[in-house]
Design a protein around this ligand. Structure first.
Ligand SMILES: *Cc1c(COP(=O)(O)O)cnc(C)c1O
Length: 379
C-alpha cells in the first residue's frame, strides 16, 4: 500500500513534465556533444546537425518547412518577436494592430507596450463561448491595419478560434496574421498553410519539453526586425548561442506529439468527458465555460457559482490536488481573468472559476479522487 499523501497534478496548461524520451535525447548535448553550432569544426557541426534535425521535427508538427522555423527562448519571446518584429518592420504601412480580448498576457502586454509606442490596438470582443466573429474582425480592419494576432487555443478555457475563417479575411485585405498556438500544439492537428497563418508561436514546456525554449514559424519570404542583436544566429532574428540541449528536446517532443496526436487526444478527451460528466452529476451550481464550441481535449474551465476559487484552490492543494484559478500567470497577481470577463461571465461565476487541465500522466483514479474532494469542499 502506498501510504504517502497523494499528489495530483491537474495543471498541464501551466507546464508539463519532460518526457523520458525527450530527456534521453537531450542528455548527450550537455557534456559530450557540447559544441557551439557556430563553430566550423566537428564539435560545432555535430551541434548544428542536431539543431537542423530539431528544426525539421518542429516544422513537421505544424506542416511548415524547416527554414520557416526559428528557435527562441520561450513562447513569450516568440509572441514578442512576431508582434514587435512585424510592427517595427512595416510601421511605415500603418500603425494599427488587431488582436482579441482573450489573449495570453505575452500577446496582450506586448500590444499594450506597442500602444505606448504610438500603435493603435483593437481588442476584439468575443461571444459567451469566447469566440471572435468574422464580422467583428471585418469591421475592425482599417487601411492602417498591418497585423492581426489571434490566439489559436485559449490557455484558460481551451476554446479554439476559427482561425481559418479569420485568416481568409486577413488574406483578402493583404494583412499578416499571427497566431499564438502554444496551447494548441500537440493537442489538435496544425497545418499552417491550411490555416492561412503567416507567423505562429509554440513553447517547449507545454508539450513535454523543457522550459525556456520556444519556436516561431515565419512564412517563407516574410521579413521582420529582430528583438535581440548580436552574432546573427537563427537567421539574424535571434542572436545568442543556441540552447542546443533544449532545442534537441523540443524537437523530440514535437516528433512524439505528432506521432501520438490522435491517440493522445482520444485519451485526454475520454478523461475530460468523464470528469465533466462527474462534475455535473454532483448537482452543484456549476457552469462549464466554452463547452458550446470546439475546445482542445485536455482543458476544463469550470465556474463553481457561489464559491471562491482562491479558497477552493487552497483546499484542493491541502488534498494534494494542483489546479489553477484563471490563468497561472494571472493567479499570483490576483487579477481577474481578462478571458472570463470578455466572455461576460457574471462576477460570481468569475470568482468561482477553476481551470483543470489534464495531461498524458493523468489517470481515471486521479479524476475520481478529485471529484470526491470537490464533493466535500464545494458547498
Ligand atoms: C504558456 C503560454 C505562453 C507562454 O509560453 P512560455 O514559454 O511560458 O513563455 C504563451 N501563450 C499561451 C497561450 C500559453 O499558454
Amino acid at each position: 500500500m502506498n501510504t504517502e499523501a497523494k499528489s495530483v497534478f491537474l495543471d498541464y496548461n501551466s507546464t508539463t513534465p519532460v518526457q523520458d524520451e525527450v530527456m534521453e535525447a537531450m542528455l548527450p548535448y550537455f557534456a559530450g556533444h557540447f559544441g557551439n553550432p557556430s563553430s566550423s569544426h566537428s564539435f560545432g557541426q555535430q551541434a548544428q546537425i542536431a539543431i537542423d534535425k530539431a528544426r525539421m521535427q518542429l516544422a513537421s508538427l505544424i506542416g511548415a518547412k524547416a527554414d520557416e522555423i526559428i528557435f527562441t527562448g520561450s513562447g513569450t519571446e516568440s509572441n514578442n518577436t512576431a508582434i514587435i518584429g512585424i510592427a517595427d518592420k512595416i510601421k511605415s504601412k500603418g500603425n494599427h494592430i488587431i488582436t482579441t480580448s482573450t489573449e495570453h498576457s505575452s500577446v496582450y502586454n506586448t500590444c499594450r507596450f506597442l500602444e505606448s509606442r504610438s500603435f493603435d490596438i483593437t481588442y476584439l470582443s468575443v461571444d459567451s463561448n469566447g469566440i471572435v466573429s468574422k464580422e467583428s474582425l471585418e469591421k475592425a480592419i482599417t487601411d492602417k491595419t498591418i497585423l492581426i494576432s489571434i490566439i489559436l487555443a485559449n490557455n484558460e478555457t481551451g476554446v479554439i478560434q476559427n482561425v481559418r475563417e479569420l485568416s481568409s479575411i486577413a488574406k483578402n485585405k493583404g494583412i499578416l496574421l499571427h497566431s499564438d498556438a502554444v496551447q494548441a500544439a500537440g493537442k489538435i492537428p496544425l497545418e499552417v498553410n491550411d490555416l492561412g497563418i503567416d507567423l505562429l508561436s509554440i513553447s517547449g514546456h507545454k508539450i513535454y519539453a523543457p522550459k525556456g525554449i520556444g519556436a516561431l514559424f515565419i512564412k517563407r519570404g516574410l521579413s521582420l526586425s529582430p528583438l535581440i542583436h548580436g552574432g546573427g544566429q537563427e537567421k539574424k532574428l535571434r542572436s545568442g548561442t543556441e540552447n542546443v540541449p533544449a532545442i534537441v528536446g523540443f524537437g523530440k517532443a514535437a516528433e512524439l506529439a505528432k506521432n501520438n496526436l490522435s491517440e493522445n487526444s482520444i485519451k485526454l478527451l475520454k478523461i475530460r468527458d468523464l470528469f465533466e460528466q462527474k462534475i455535473l452529476n454532483l448537482n452543484l451550481p456549476v457552469k462549464i465555460n466554452g463547452s458550446g464550441v470546439p475546445r482542445v481535449p485536455n482543458t476544463s474551465n469550470i465556474s463553481f457559482i457561489g464559491s471562491d476559487s482562491q479558497s477552493l484552490l487552497v483546499k484542493l492543494d491541502l488534498n494534494g490536488i494542483c489546479v489553477s484559478s484563471g490563468s497561472a500567470c494571472g493567479s499570483a497577481s490576483l487579477e481577474t481573468s481578462r478571458t472570463l470577463k470578455a466572455m461576460a461571465l457574471t462576477d460570481s461565476e468569475q470568482l468561482g472559476t477553476i481551470r483543470f487541465s489534464f495531461g498524458l500522466q493523468t489517470t481515471i483514479e486521479e479524476i475520481d479522487f478529485t471529484i470526491e474532494v470537490l464533493r466535500k469542499i464545494v458547498s
